[in-house]
Design a protein around this ligand. Structure first.
Ligand code: SAM
Length: 237
């Protein structure tokens, strides 16, 4: 094994996720392929096996606990990068329909090859979230939309909330968030037919703090959103 099975099982249990032997083997393959591919294309600064387990895999599994996602739900990970949190959720949560978006195709080449070597099934789409949010096949189609470490909350909200079904949730995952970013983000929720549902601070296995903010979608988003990237960054909501 490349990663420590004991560490992975313990970290997953901290988020109430019980991993099968098959899932453990898949995480081991994931870590090996991530470190290999990272020699060619920069996907992550974290390459130590224990750190991959704690900072990437377990933190991604926190999504399962705090979002309450269950079999039959659809889910898109916006800006999946090296697959976080989308691929750990795909491995560990049975029966969830997983879509992975990223604006950079080189990263998705890694994800396509990984998902195929794990024998799993996901929609892997080279697209910017704010373009997907205008397309009928993606707009207001997902039960859950998440993004980890992608952009400031008010910008991220405009990328992500147009993709959420009415009644669904947007789940923002970050290392930490300032009070100002939070207040601006919550103001953006209301312009996008949504309201704050939960604000969770939790710790990963090494004691580092992480933040999840959840918005519930209560009504349709105005057709003027999402705007294009230039407008979003020039005048964030
Ligand atoms: N979510 C991963 C993680 O937690 O390790 C990757 C984080 S990385 C810092 C940000 C990723 O978001 C990059 O892969 C980038 O290409 C992608 N990204 C940024 N803005 C995006 C957008 N508007 N639509 C789709 N992907 C985007």
């Amino acid at each position: 094994m490349f990663i420590s099975k004991e560490l992975l099982l313990a970290c997953a249990l901290e988020f109430d996720v019980k991993l099968s032997d098959d899932a453990v083997m898949k995480f081991d393959t994931y870590a090996r392929e991530l470190v290999d591919y990272n020699e060619k294309v920069n996907l992550t600064a974290i390459t130590d096996p224990d750190e991959i387990v704690i900072k990437h895999f377990a933190d991604s599994l926190a999504f399962i606990k705090y979002s309450g996602i269950e079999a039959g739900n659809s889910f898109v990970d916006v800006g999946t990068g090296a697959g976080f949190p989308g691929v750990p959720v795909l491995i560990a949560a049975d029966g969830v329909k997983v879509t992975l978006f990223d604006a950079v195709n080189k990263k998705l080449e890694f994800i396509r090859s990984l998902v195929s070597s794990l024998g799993l099934d996901a929609d892997i789409v080279h697209i910017r979230a704010e373009e997907a949010g205008k397309m009928p096949e993606y707009r207001e189609k997902f039960d859950f939309v998440t993004a980890r470490a992608v952009a400031q909350l008010r910008i991220l909200s405009e990328f992500c909330i147009p993709l959420v079904k009415v009644g669904g949730s947007f789940v923002s995952m970050k290392g930490s968030i300032s009070e100002e970013e939070k207040v601006n983000g919550i103001a953006a929720f209301s312009k996008l037919g949504s309201e704050l549902y939960d604000d969770i601070i939790y710790n990963i296995h090494n004691g580092d703090e992480r933040n999840i903010i959840i918005a519930k979608k209560i009504s349709h988003v105005s057709s003027k959103y999402p705007r294009n990237m230039g407008q979003i960054s020039k005048k964030p909501l």
